[in-house]
Design a protein around this ligand. Structure first.
Ligand code: TXA
Ligand code: MG
Length: 315
């Protein structure tokens, strides 16, 4: 039988060489990170950036995150500041993205940042992507490897299901440990969280010893779609399904083990729940349920990110 996943590769020296060659030519590859899988291309190449928007069917006004191996590499493209250094020291490499002002000499293709004068940068923490970034002489523009508005992928097969053979190389780096996208924090003016993630506002405040801009204000990133992270079936929040033909996403030990109940974390651990979120929504869809109901999930720590994704998915 022909292997339908013939574009999914295990990581080895030969595959590394092939990947580097492909990225050098301005082609795209699917790569694992600790948060979600990404669709990677040379951030300095017009061809690569154009390819990313086209393949993802992403609106042009939604800028991409640019990924670096280290600070030295990033300093060519963005103006680093005190808050950046503090947060970088504490959390990087890791699941946090910084919005900073672009340098005049930056080689980042302007369409990658939707012509803004700022760039969102990240230092991912996964062995495979770190090995690749270290060998390249350009950073990687890398949005999550899903079609625009759909669920982000957390393993290589999820990436395949989005792009099939339109992506020549997808590297299998196992299940993404964190399972939701990085926290995006704006460091250009008043400190502000644009997209919540596993690193929450309390942790950021503690490191910077400051208050975040307008507590409880609306989270907004340019181009951030109203409807996003959608599994493709209706989601109803804060309610229980009337019968067992609908799926019920729950959290904590008080829920029974029933076949249409999907527990994000029996031990009520919000980090674990975040890592199970997209995986669970995909499983429910594959099982053929036509609707998802979701129990109340605590709205603190990683719970803020979980509720953000669920709210967008339910629109
Ligand atoms: O965990 C992650 O961040 C993953 C992995 C692959 O690294 N990437 C990811 O990228 O989630 P993407 O493209 O799906 O989300 C990028 C987010 C969007 O909400 C976008 O609006 C915001 O970052 N963003 C990008 N550039 C920005 C900028 N200059 N100013 C403000 N927000 C920006
Ligand atoms: Mg995304």
């Amino acid at each position: 039988m022909k292997n339908i996943y013939s574009n999914i590769y295990s990581f080895n020296k030969k595959v590394l060489k092939k990947t580097i060659k492909s990225l050098n030519r301005g082609n795209l590859v699917g790569l694992p990170t600790e948060t979600v899988y990404g669709l990677a291309g040379n951030a300095y190449s017009k061809k690569a950036v154009k390819g990313i928007y086209k393949l993802k069917r992403r609106p042009k006004k939604n800028p991409l995150i640019v990924h670096y191996y280290d600070i030295a590499q990033a300093s060519k493209d963005v103006i680093l500041n005190k808050n950046f250094f503090k947060l970088h020291k504490k959390f990087c490499p890791g699941p946090i993205t910084f919005v900073l002002k672009k340098t005049k000499s930056s080689k980042i293709v302007s369409s990658a940042t939707s012509n803004l004068n700022t760039v969102a940068i990240r230092f991912p923490n996964h062995k495979i992507i770190k090995t690749i970034l270290k060998l390249l002489d350009f950073p990687l523009a890398m949005p999550s490897a899903n079609l625009s508005s759909k669920l982000s992928p957390v393993n290589a097969v999820d990436v395949f299901e989005n792009f099939k053979k339109n992506l020549k190389i997808i590297i299998d780096g196992g299940q993404s440990k964190i399972g939701i996208e990085s926290t995006v924090v704006d460091l250009t003016k008043k400190l502000k969280i644009l997209r919540p993630g596993i690193i929450d506002s309390e942790e950021i405040k503690k490191v910077l010893k400051v208050n975040l801009s307008k507590k409880g204000s609306k989270i907004k990133s340019p181009g951030m779609l109203k409807k996003h992270y959608s599994p493709g079936i209706p989601i109803i929040l804060g309610r229980k399904p009337k019968n067992s033909s609908h799926a019920y996403i729950v959290f904590g030990k008080k829920f029974k083990n029933i076949y249409n109940y999907f527990n994000l974390s029996k031990k009520a651990d919000l980090k674990e729940a975040a890592s199970n979120l997209y995986k669970t929504m995909r499983r429910i869809k594959k099982k053929g349920f036509k609707k998802i109901f979701v129990a109340k999930i605590p709205n603190f720590g990683p719970g803020v990110a979980i509720n953000d994704r669920l709210t967008r998915a339910s629109r």
